[in-house]
Design a protein around this ligand. Structure first.
Ligand code: AMP
Length: 318
């Protein structure tokens, strides 16, 4: 990890209740920032900004600390933690949100004190765009690379605030359906172009098991999904994907076309572990050996350039 720049993430830190065809579980660790940070912690040092309530189990805080995640800016406020109740039916793609309770997030503003941090790379995970902006503006210096993610709820209810965030970021991640909605087109390419016109020079469209496509000014680059026998719970796959991508960019502290490609590969591989188990189980139980095996398989399946494989190989934990 010696070369890494500093990576900061914000977003939701949640207790999730999940219903899938494979079973249900309640009050499991969730939230965009949690999934992202648990992933990135395998590759680079990561710092988390967010808030939980006094009901947030100590074991989850202990897990963050055990994984080396810096929780200095994870506030514990009187009240209840953010909660999300989601259901997946049929072929598992989009979750149906049955209930979302912002709880302590509702009136919380991030506070960095008199000497605010200046991370090199920032990921604004899925949370209200107003909160994303507050984090970005509260930092000492603007990070060299700023990326964000969002979801349908915020596109539908806080579009103007989201547009303001877009004008300040370099890289934007969103699901395919969300891209068409926000980009106001039935064509993925046109939707991505429309979103790029709002600010981010790169738009990454996530297509679940079908992989992901990155759109930038001079190139469009697609990576296939990793074929899996069983998808148990897609919750957090998007944040785990982004965690893989941003780990590569943070490790090298650069946003080049080649690093983006390598990032998309690592994101696809980490995302595949996320959907195989419930909640954050995939990233909690990831080992260097499992990761290396899957990266190797992925390059065989995808036929992607050997040079990318060799560069990524150097970045994997031993
Ligand atoms: P994903 O990677 O898109 O599957 O993200 C899943 C996580 O998003 C879950 O663990 C939820 O806790 C969290 N989540 C759901 N709804 C929201 C929301 N409106 N804002 C922020 N986070 C959310």
């Amino acid at each position: 990890m010696a070369n890494s720049s500093s990576l900061m993430v914000t977003g939701s830190v949640a207790l999730d209740t999940l219903e899938t065809p494979f079973g249900s579980s309640s009050e499991v660790l969730g939230g965009s920032a949690s999934h992202f940070a648990l992933t990135a912690s395998h590759f680079v040092p990561v710092q988390m900004v967010g808030v939980v309530g006094t009901d947030f189990p100590d074991e989850h805080l202990a897990l963050f600390r055990d994984r080396g995640i810096d929780v200095t800016y994870l506030a514990v406020e009187e009240g209840e933690t953010f909660r999300w109740h989601g259901r997946y039916e049929g072929p598992m793609g989009e979750a149906e949100t049955l209930e979302v309770q912002l709880n302590v997030h509702e009136n919380f503003s991030p506070s960095f004190g008199d000497d605010p941090p200046s991370p090199d790379v920032l990921f604004l995970g899925n949370i209200s765009p107003g909160f994303q902006r507050e984090v970005l503006e509260g930092l000492g210096d603007r990070p060299g690379i700023v990326a964000a993610d969002t979801m349908k709820l915020w596109i539908e209810t806080q579009r103007q605030e989201l547009t303001d965030v877009l004008s300040d970021i370099d890289l934007f991640f969103l699901n395919w359906e969300e891209a068409l909605l926000l980009g106001d087109s039935d064509s993925t390419l046109k939707a991505a172009q429309n979103i790029r016109e709002e600010g981010p020079s790169i738009v990454v469209v996530k297509k679940g098991e079908h992989g992901a496509i990155a759109f930038s000014e001079n190139q469009t680059f697609a990576v296939p999904g990793y074929p899996l026998e069983e998808e148990r719970d897609p919750t957090g796959a998007g944040d785990t994907f982004a965690g893989g991508v941003m780990s590569v960019l943070s490790r090298e502290n650069e946003l080049t076309p080649e690093l983006l490609r390598i990032g998309l590969v690592l994101g696809t591989v980490t995302g595949s572990f996320a959907v195989e188990s419930f909640g954050p189980g995939g990233m909690k139980n990831l080992t260097a050996e499992k990761l290396r095996d899957r990266v190797e398989n992925y390059f065989e399946v995808s036929g992607l350039d050997e040079r990318l494989r060799n560069r990524l190989w150097e970045m994997l934990p031993e």
